[in-house]
Design a protein around this ligand. Structure first.
Ligand code: COA
Length: 175
């Protein structure tokens, strides 16, 4: 597999990021994690906003501080991204978990989500998050496989109050 890295958002990746954003939009699929769906038309403003969210600046209500990283390959092509919440609130404990992630539609089924999650867990450990809650829809086998391959232990299944869809809660114990 290609050598992948998680990087902080930066203007260095602008062209490739915009290409990923447009691809995702064309697909009609919801952006996941949510931070990949933020309007990138003013790119410096996007970078500043993401930086702010990681520092607790202008965080939307009912959200917590979170850090977004982009997944890139050796040619600096952006393949996906993760959003790491620094802590859980009531909503995240019940539904959202510590981390959201996604791979751009054209680059799926190549092992990238599994590797992206592994890299994100390294960052989380460095941040001092040792017990990681991850949730995924029960009908999302790709995400579930990536979680299980990274040591996820099934905790419970519940029903999303808004969509009525079942989802599963997993813990990854890093220590
Ligand atoms: C879910 C998602 C992140 C998976 O990304 P990916 O890069 O395709 O995942 P991987 O290639 O690492 O696949 C992990 C495993 O799941 C399997 N898999 C991936 N997609 C699958 C699918 N649609 N159906 C069945 N199995 C699938 C792979 O074969 C692999 O299994 P293996 O390791 O036993 O060979 C990606 O489909 C995506 O971004 N979806 C939209 C956003 C999303 O759902 N995010 C997760 C929210 S919890």
């Amino acid at each position: 597999m290609k050598e992948l890295r998680l990087v902080e958002p930066s203007e260095v990746y602008k062209d490739s990021y915009m290409e990923m954003y447009e691809e995702w939009k064309r697909s009609g699929e919801e952006f996941t994690p949510w931070s990949l769906g933020l309007d990138p038309s003013d790119f410096p403003a996007l970078i500043e906003r993401l930086q702010g969210y990681s520092e607790g600046i202008d965080v939307p209500s009912n959200f917590v501080e979170s850090s977004t990283y982009w997944l890139i390959d050796e040619s600096l092509r952006v393949l996906g991204g993760v959003n790491i919440r620094h802590r859980l609130n009531e909503n995240l404990s019940a539904r959202g978990g510590h981390i959201g992630y996604g791979i751009r539609p054209s680059e799926r089924r190549k092992g990238y989500a599994s590797e992206q999650l592994r890299l994100a867990l390294d960052i989380m450990l460095e941040m001092g998050i040792t017990q990681v809650l991850i949730t995924c829809d029960t009908d999302n086998p790709g995400s579930a496989r990536a979680i299980l391959k990274n040591g996820g232990v099934l905790d419970s299944e519940a029903i999303d109050g808004e969509t009525g869809k079942p989802f599963r809660r997993y813990w990854i114990h890093l220590l």
